[in-house]
Design a protein around this ligand. Structure first.
Ligand code: SAM
Length: 348
């Protein structure tokens, strides 16, 4: 195992079988070595900085029907809302005053916002928050839409692949959603010059060690600029409501391996991880994560963006608690960095 960890951090390509050995490793001494190496590699590339992104959840309407997600269109108990363009811009401006220089507009796949309306929104944010990065996370769209968003000034796009195994993907989604089109969307985004975020859930129903190894192998081949890795957490009003949540330790392990694969990646300590376990965000930040995304959405709508049970939206997940977040990060020996924090692998 030590040899495998050495090779991972020497930048060597690993096979699927080797990734699977890492996924299955439970030797405490080896895991500590893996976490230490991941932390050192993060510091070599990024120093002790942790980048802060302002997350704005713009709509809880979604036309998709992912079996794991509380926003799925078949969940008739979900509370739906959408923010108006003016509300979104005002939220960005408030964040800008607080020092935020990245705004992540995330939402369900909601056709209420036309591509033109999204472009107009991007342009307005770029004008009213100069020097900021606009990140989109609005699901699968066509090439023309992505192209227009890029032209309008968006520079990053988060689209988790969820699982890189087609058979597993088809057990998490209805037949209308296919892994192939998700992968094509990711490739298109990269070709268009976006900083692209892929990622997956850990512990999603039916997931095997082989599936996780495939996810890591995919990251090695595709080389995204950002990687979102969080535990699956059940939502009571979905078909997966009775499945157990993913494990926080296994999630931190996946983050550490990902740091070995992609030294320059921006890897968040996700809200799902913080929801699952109190100290998990700290553990992730000590093992390769270097991004935190506090929630900037207006307080009144936060509980309605309910992806999974007990989702955190207060405490240090809220921008009002920026001072507390700074303190928490300093406790891990890390420095809160509100600057744009572009990927070192990206050229504007
Ligand atoms: N609609 C956009 C998309 O699909 O990319 C963005 C919003 S979607 C809700 C954001 C992410 O939430 C998904 O990529 C998924 O990994 C995560 N998510 C959804 N349901 C979840 C659950 N039950 N547990 C953990 N993460 C979940």
């Amino acid at each position: 195992m030590r040899h495998l960890i050495d090779r991972l951090f020497q930048g060597e390509r690993l096979t699927r079988a080797e990734f699977q050995d890492l996924v299955l490793c439970e030797d405490q001494e080896m895991l500590e070595l893996l976490f230490r190496r991941a932390k050192e590699r993060t510091e070599e590339v990024f120093g002790n900085h942790v980048y802060i992104r302002g997350l704005i959840e713009i709509s809880s309407y979604c036309k998709q029907d992912c079996f794991y997600c509380g926003l799925r269109c078949s969940n008739h108990k979900a509370q739906r809302y959408r923010l108006s363009p003016n509300e979104i811009i005002a939220t960005c401006e408030k964040g800008y005053e607080m020092g935020f220089r990245t705004f992540v507009l995330q939402g369900g796949e909601d056709d209420y916002y036309t591509d033109d309306a999204i472009c107009e929104l991007i342009r307005e944010i770029c004008l009213s928050c100069p020097g900021s990065a606009v990140t989109l996370s609005l699901g699968e769209k066509g090439k023309r839409a992505y192209e227009a968003f890029r032209k309008a000034g968006a520079s990053r796009y988060l689209l988790r692949h969820e699982t890189a195994t087609a058979e597993h993907f088809s057990r998490l989604h209805p037949p209308s959603q296919r892994l192939q089109s998700r992968m094509e969307a990711l490739a298109t985004l990269k070709d268009l010059g976006f900083q692209v975020g892929a990622g997956f859930m850990v512990g999603s129903p039916f997931q095997t060690a082989e599936n996780l190894a495939e996810d890591l192998y995919f990251l090695q081949e595709f080389r995204p600029h950002m990687v979102g890795i969080g535990p699956f957490i059940p939502h009571q009003d979905t078909p997966f409501g009775k499945y157990p949540a993913g494990d926080s330790g296994q999630t931190v392990k996946m983050i550490a391996i990902t740091r070995g694969i992609l030294p320059g990646a921006l890897i968040p300590a996700t809200t799902a991880l913080a929801t699952l376990s109190k100290d998990a965000r700290g553990r992730a930040l000590q093992a390769g994560a270097n991004v935190v995304m506090p929630n900037l959405s207006p307080e009144a709508v936060r509980v309605k963006y309910n992806l999974y049970n007990n989702k955190l939206s207060t405490g240090t997940e809220s921008a009002q608690m920026l001072a507390a977040l700074r303190e928490e990060l300093e406790g891990y020996g890390r420095k809160m960095d509100l600057s744009r924090g572009d990927s070192p692998l990206w050229k504007a």
